[in-house]
Every structure is written in C-alpha cells, then in structure tokens.
Design a protein around this ligand. Sequence first.
Ligand code: NAD
Ligand code: TYD
Length: 359
Amino acid sequence: MKTYLVTGGAGFIGSNYIHYMFKKYGDAIRIINVDALTYAGNPENLKEVEKRDNYTFIKADICDKAAIEKIFSENEIDRVVHFAAESHVDRSIKNPEVFVQTNVYGTAVMLNCAKAAWELPDGSFKEDKRFLHVSTDEVYGSLDDDGGYFYETTPYAPHSPYSASKAGSDMLVKAYMDTYHFPANITNCSNNYGPYQFPEKLIPLIINNALQGKKLPVYGDGKNVRDWLYVEDHAKAIDMVQEKGRLFETYNVGGHNEKQNIEIVKIIIETLRDMLPETDARRAHLTEELITYVEDRKGHDRRYAIAPDKIRAEIGWEPETMFKEGIRRTIEWYFANEDWMKNVTSGDYQKYYEEMYLK
Ligand code: NAD
Ligand code: TYD
C-alpha cells in the first residue's frame, strides 16, 4: 500500500485531489495530509473523509522543519504531492513576504526532508519514490492577446510576487533534480475552478456576490484572459503524472479553455438565472447591471494559455469536463453548500473584502 504525504490538502485543489484519490483508490492507498490551516485551509472541505482509517490529518507548517522531519521519520512515505502555498495574487501584491516564506522556504524544507528520508548511502534514492511539485502557468509571465501558448520550454518571466515565489520554488525543485537526481516532477497548471474554492478568487467571488445582489467587480477592461480547468481534471493529471510521467520532467496542464474575465462573469449570471426557479426572489436582481468595472490589478497579466501537448502525447491525459458543464456543477455545489460559504465569509473575510473592494 502506497503512502501519500499531501501538503496543503485542506485548501481548494488539495481537498479536491484527496476526494479524487479516495474515490479512485479507496482503501488501497493511505493519505497523510499536512496543512497549517491558514485562512485558505478549511477542515470542512474534508469532513467526508476524516473518519477513514487510511486518512490522517496533521496540523503543521511546512516551514517547521522538525514537524516535517517527524512525519517522514514516523512514516514510510512513497509519494509527496506538494500543494501547500500562499496562492492569491492580490494578497501577494499587498503582503509579499509570507509568499516567499511559505512558497520558497517551505518548498526547500519539503525537498530537504524528502531527500533525507529517501536517499541511500551511495547517493541514489530508494526505489519508487516520487515528489510532485504542484505549480502554476503564471511562472511563464503574460501572453499577448493575439496568440502564442505556454510550453514547458517557455522561459520563466513571473510578474507578481505570487508567481515569482512559485517560480523560485520550481527552480529549487529543478535544482534538486539536476544536482542530486532527486526523483521529482513539476506540473504547471492553468486556472482551476470547482467546489471548495475560496471566494477571493474570481469565480466563487462572482457566484457569491451575484447570489446576494452585490456588485460584481471586474478589474480593468475585463478583457484579461485565463485558461480555465475543472479542478477534478487537474487532480487526475497530477495522479497520472506521478504514476506514468517520466521522472525529472515538467508537464503543463490545461484544457484549451480560454475566456476573458468579462465572459466568465456573464456566463455565471446567465447560468444562475437559468438554474434558479422562476419563483426565487434572487432572480430579480441577477442582471448584467451588477457588473462594475473597478481599478485594475497592479501588473495585471494579460493572458495565460497552456499548450497541453506533452501531457496528452506522453501520458494520455485529456480534460473530461467542458466549461459549460463544469460551471453548472460548480454553481450546483455552491447552492448545496450555502453554509460552507457563510462560514468562510464570516470574520476575517469581511475585513479582506472591505480593504480590497470598498476602500
Ligand atoms: P489554496 O490557497 O486554496 O490552498 C492552500 C493550502 O495550503 C491551504 O489549505 C493552506 O492552509 C495551506 N498552507 C498555506 N501555507 C501553509 C504552510 N506554511 N504550511 C502548511 N500548509 C499551508 O490554494 P489552491 O488554489 O488549492 O492551490 C494549491 C496549489 O496549486 C498551490 O501551490 C498553487 O500555487 C497551485 N495552483 C493553483 C491554481 C489555481 O487556479 N488555484 C492553478 C495552478 C496551480
Ligand atoms: P484570480 O481568480 O485571482 O486568479 P489569477 O489572478 O491567479 O489568474 O483572477 C482571475 C482573473 O480575474 C484575473 O485576471 C483577475 C480577475 N479578477 C477580477 O476581475 N475581479 C476580481 O474580483 C478578482 C478576484 C479577479
């Protein structure tokens, strides 16, 4: 039985990945989830799995070397899937230091502890051990409106403190692979959407505001483009890269689903109107009049677009969920989980929202 050490598993993608893995492998794997439970980590995301005998949650910071060493010394870890990070660009613009700390230093701790646990006296590594570093397409910088894609060979050109810190962490993983032959892979994925996403990111923020009849803030001219992937397709890609990918390789993950932000906002309004019964009072205010153009994000990347040719050709990964279906499933999830949204938007979120949008 393989033992997985997942970092940041209480966040958006990490929790979806854990659900995906238990659905796929059931009792045939064991998962240890280490998460510091920052504002973005939520144990509620995992309440369906917390009673499983083959699941363990450990509250710890990945920067705490002693805590991570202890996990490796007490467990024979076969797979590391490293999600834990500060992940929101707007927060990185306001407060970059914690991004460097968690994303760069935290990754160094994870790499070093895994290396110490897996390295043999002759400098080679125990058989069948793998570390997967989950990264982003934002490390490649920004594309023009009129074409081009991010390939695995595209030079790094990060702009925000978030993407710079992720680029730093990717470079460390590459250095471990080059220097020690450390058994790792990197995945660089495009924007994800789906259940359990914290409403500081575009899609859940717009769904939440629209349902409350609040303004829908669109940065700049609304024509920035992101390449959206349903989160379960990302979880599947991570698993396939770990099991079928060539060691030391980077794989770009994306579904060729480019949309301007303004299109996304309009699709959400339309889908909500379509899904709410005629009698629901919230339908009345659900119009495009809620859209409000606000000041642009500093250094706002214009366009991201992934070329997923390598993962498709080498591993056979393809996205399964088309946007139309994915956004309906996402909205259905938020409808069915109103309490989840209420809980995560109480307290500190209000302060964040006021500072970001109401000042
Ligand atoms: P998230 O912010 O929802 O979750 C991050 C998780 O990491 C939270 O549970 C948080 O508590 C935990 N965490 C933060 N700092 C920690 C620390 N010091 N020690 C231990 N745990 C800590 O993020 P997400 O959207 O799920 O992203 C997960 C990973 O995927 C990140 O590495 C991100 O860069 C990458 N990624 C995200 C996207 C996206 O669209 N969201 C796209 C591509 C790649
Ligand atoms: P976001 O979800 O923060 O992801 P990222 O910055 O990592 O791509 O933002 C997606 C796009 O939506 C990005 O171009 C910024 C824009 N955006 C808005 O227009 N309004 C908002 O309130 C937010 C949060 C984002």
